[in-house]
Design a protein. Structure first.
Length: 294
């Protein structure tokens, strides 16, 4: 049981590292205790590097959105005037979100908020007689690219958020990334057939023009995922999640004493029954919670 407890201790430390806490000198002491400890870069940072890949056809729209937001947010008077327009139109939101490069999730939220307040923005810039930005907001193709960016960044934010939390570790994060890579492959196939159901915001009239742009972006996204995450296989660590399964893949990862201890645990019927009972209770509570939330 000491082996399992030590693994959970390492998992907690790993979580602290992922959450940004500075724990210097962790790798060396850990490897001195167990030479099989693997050092890896933070998944969140690598995922952000992947998401920064935006093709030339979409990047200008992203930069122009930041320009629109900065024009209002950096001027207190303009910001108050825009807020008044939103109040008068009974809008869902009253303020824009300022883009911050240091905060990885901000770009996606900025794009979504601009999309949600595009009518209010058009009225504001029309009042300001800012013709160039009015042209952006009136251009159907420009707006379709904004819609796609809002959708794809929302998916990316969802992935990034799913890899954070008290219960997250390198194994569960690997599962999230594998699932996302498979989703990108599915999206590519559907976009190639002109099917944009996974990006419902993109207007139907622009799908023909958007298809090659989106397909190329998803292809690049797939390539970057393979580059930054060359291997996400975690089969050999299944025993960490469930020590009661029969597995021969961990033989080379453990010392003889550790493998013997794991064998004792996996052969203990009492522990197996208690674990099954715990899973049943936990699943029942989880089901009740989801039912209550819905």
């Amino acid at each position: 049981m000491g082996l399992i407890l030590s693994l959970y201790t390492v998992t907690k430390i790993g979580y602290n590292l992922k959450s940004g806490e500075c724990l210097k000198g962790f790798v060396s002491p850990a490897q001195s205790e167990n030479p099989n400890v693997v050092q890896t870069h933070c998944f969140l940072y690598r995922e952000v590097l992947v998401s920064k890949t935006i093709p030339d056809e979409l990047n200008p729209v992203s930069e122009q959105v930041v320009e629109i937001v900065n024009f209002i947010k950096t001027r207190p008077l303009k910001s108050r005037l825009f807020e008044k327009i939103c109040v008068d139109m009974d809008s869902q939101h009253k303020l824009l979100i300022l883009n911050t490069e240091a905060r990885w999730l901000s770009r996606g939220k900025v794009l979504c908020r601009v999309h949600e307040l595009h009518k209010e923005l058009h009225i504001f810039f029309k009042t300001e007689k800012h013709e160039r930005i009015c042209e952006y907001l009136q251009c159907e193709f420009w707006f379709s690219r904004l819609e796609y960016l809002a959708e794809i960044f929302a998916h990316r934010n969802s992935l990034n958020t799913s890899m954070q939390g008290r219960e997250e570790n390198i194994l569960t994060s690997s599962d999230e990334l594998v699932a996302y890579k498979k989703k990108v492959a599915i999206w590519k196939n559907r976009v190639e057939d002109g099917n944009f159901e996974m990006f419902p915001l993109v207007r139907e009239s622009c799908i023909k023009n958007m298809s090659p742009i989106v397909f190329q972006h998803l292809t690049t996204l797939e390539e970057k995922f393979n580059f930054y995450f060359p291997s996400l296989k975690t089969d050999e660590y299944d025993w960490v999640r469930n020590p009661f399964i029969e597995s021969s893949s961990n033989t080379g990862l453990l010392l003889c004493e550790e493998e013997e201890e794991l064998t004792c645990i996996s052969s203990d019927r009492g522990l197996t029954i208690n674990m099954l009972r715990y899973l049943q209770i936990h699943f029942g509570l989880l089901s009740k919670k989801n039912t209550f939330n819905n």
